[in-house]
Design a protein around this ligand. Sequence first.
Ligand code: ADP
Length: 846
Amino acid sequence: AIQIPTRLPLVLTHESVLLPGSTMRTSVDSPRNMQLVRSRLLKGTSLRSTIIGVIPNTSDPTSDCDDLPNLHRIGTAALAVQVVGSNWPKPHYTLLVTGLCRFQILQLLKEKPYPIAEVQQLDRLEQFTNGHKSEEELGELSEQFYKYAVQLVEMLDMSVPAVAKLRRLLDSLPREALPDILTSIIRTTNQEKLQILDAVRLEERFKMTIPLLVRQIEGLKLLQKTRKSKQDDDKRVVAIRPNRRISHGSVTEDEEEEEDHDDVVMLEKKIRTSSMSEQALKVCLKEIKRLKKMPQSMPEYALTRNYLELMVELPWNKSTKDRLEIRAARIVLDNDHYAMEKLKKRVLEYLAVRQLKNNLKGPILCFVGPPGVGKTSVGRSIAKTLGREFHRIALGGVCDQSDIRGHRRTYVGSMPGRIINGLKTVGVNNPVFLLDEVDKLAKSLQGDPAAALLEVLDPEQNHSFTDHYLNVAFDLSQVLFIATANTTATIPPALLDRMEVIQVPGYTQEEKIEIAHRHLIPKQLELHGLTPQQIQIPQVTTLGIITRYTREAGVRALDRKLGAICRAVAVKVAEGQHKEAKPDRAEVGEGEDCKEHVTEEAKPESISDTADLALPPEMPILIDFHALKDILGPPMYDMEVSERLNQPGVAIGLAWTPLGGEIMFVEASRMDGEGQLTLTGQLGDVMKESAHLAISWLRSNAKRYQLTNASGSFDLLDNTDIHLHFPAGAVTKDGPSAGVTIVTCLASLFSGRLVCSDVAMTGEITLRGLVLPVGGIKDKVLAAHRAGLKRIIIPQRNEKDLEEIAAHVRQELTFVLASCLDQVLNAAFDGGFAVRARLEHLNSKL
Ligand code: ADP
């Protein structure tokens, strides 16, 4: 039982109705209510002062002076449990109040600053609780009510603690309190609550609450029914998408989601049907599970999806069937490439072994040679003969190891490395990968790509190559790797160790002519839509292009020049067609140079009219030297050799560069000075040492050869400075092979004699005047041959290298094999180089 004071301060609430036994939070902001809170609740000290009367459904005017509105006669006495003040958005208090019992206003005692009324308690009085008759009279009603209440509560989710507690309360609370409590719990309007509040008699209250309960129960039943059917629906989806909840309201969004979800389902299906490795499958399934839970707007969604799509696309188990027939392979290689016998032989060996023993863990072939000698295109031919897909991976300038191995997926914009990307592109797991320019891999802070390549190229390891992006192993053992490089010098040794180097030297002029006529010209004609009936390039012209417009080991510049010619001819041909379209062809003037192209014989004489139209008499256009000059401009390279050798102190050396062999002029001059040696041109250290060696040897042999300085002394450096220069210095030249050239050049300078203009030389020297062997003889000889030189001095011990040189080139050249510097000098100067000893010997005879 409760006893409330007879005088109560009144709080007027607007939207909510507080019923006895329930708790409610209400916000008060009218001046009267605020005043009440401030002076009564916040200042009060006794428990009594926290009891207030809550009068519902009364809008309290906002300003102070306004009169008190009509008050509802019945209110709820309440205990203010908590007061929270706030300034936002305007000053107000939030009260937490618990209803105690009903009361009736007997008389309003005071209106300001807040209303106080004399009240009479209406229920929860002793007489009611102990009420005798009520129990019997209301027995049936209350029993009925109790039944409904239990039914309702049991329809709720019992696992929620509050519901379970409510269930217990139903039994422990006195029955008369239940209508109020349940009314405040179930869904009711304020109006209905107000009616309940007004129902002071218990019987009435029971009667009024039962329909509300029934209504709630029916509503719940309906809800459960629909939920069940929805659940059935859900179950169908669940089979495919167990963890996704349909939570979006709008239809379009739902559809979009559906569509997207279809994609994910498709993706999952693809993953399951793809033939990826077990490990990869596990990772993929895990990822797709995550994907399903992920909102689509998350950046990671796209990332994961891309990843999964890549995984599906990768050729885990897809391969082309090798068709390997050595005879056919030989034909393909021969058809595609002229010359390069050594290379073709090795490639055929390689393929033959593959044919005999499948799954060869053979060496990685690495073609090393100057640009434009067909390294890449041989790789392509190998793929063709094997019937495999071909993919070229350009490694030039790659300085980040994630280019090879991919980025970890944590990075934004991460992607797989080039190997995995290539596999995705070709779509099979046994393509031919051409690793182009392995010598141009660079190192940087992002790691060493060459080190990453090691794993790729090692047959023992690459069956479980792990790209950082994929993060699962991929079997690369079926991939055929071929590497190309211009020089082995800059390939990291560990990488070089895994490869078998096959040198591809440059071509001779004759080979180039053949290549041009067999491969390059037909290709260019086709590219430009020309036919042999429209253009003719005789061999002399090709030779002219090779010698006067290009200077290279390969055929790339030649190819370009031929392209330029074809373009020019295409213009003429197109113009010709245009002319034809005009009725009066004879009137159209021809350019003078065009006339020169026309050969008289080429004119068809007795061809029918139609043929005449198809083949105008100007065709074919013959490319001669005149036309060449017109199209390509004046020749870029002259036979400058003889001009430059018309003074003492010049000699021709042979150098090797990654771009092939080159001839190199060495110039020397002397002047008064303190015996200093100056070297210019792009030189390496070894070359400088060679220069010092040469001078030392000459000084020590000055007497023998009658070499003197300007003042006639045998001490060559006495009062003399020497300057050595190596022109065409854009390319750094290094290596010991210029030794003999420097000696010859200086000998010429000090003796005042001219070096033969058709002689080139190469060889390392020692302090004692011996000539040691050097490398790159074939390239050097080809360069000398290109430059039109006739005699070549090479070290004796390089004789064996001459065998590699084509016979016709050898025939056109004279080789002098030298083992000591005497022989070199004798060969370099017309009539030999006088040796003092012989003179002395003669002297003594006199
Ligand atoms: P590299 O890779 O050595 O720099 P490429 O393979 O790109 O050179 O060759 C350049 C061009 O020269 C290609 O069009 C190729 O067909 C052609 N070529 C080179 N050598 C030969 C050859 N021996 N026979 C036919 N064509 C050749």
